[in-house]
Design a protein around this ligand. Structure first.
Ligand code: SF4
Length: 62
């Protein structure tokens, strides 16, 4: 059990806000959109979801 991080690359504008905010450092910008490089480390704090200006990130418990 853990959290799932999904980023809609069509919505992402690569602003980097989620990358600098994540305390676990699991997000990076790659090929013009944010991606989660180690999603298994997500704590589900979901600050990235609130910070994203385009509502591109979904964090769900699975
Ligand atoms: S905060 Fe949203 S728009 Fe900005 S890089 Fe992250 S996912 Fe993309």
């Amino acid at each position: 059990m853990g959290y799932s991080v999904k980023i809609d690359s069509d919505k992402c504008i690569a602003c980097g806000a989620c990358v600098s905010l994540c305390p676990r450092g699991i997000l990076e910008i790659r090929d013009g959109a944010a991606v989660s490089n180690t999603p298994e480390k997500c704590d589900g704090l979901a600050g990235c979801v609130r910070k994203c200006p385009t509502d591109a990130i979904k964090v769900t418990f699975r």
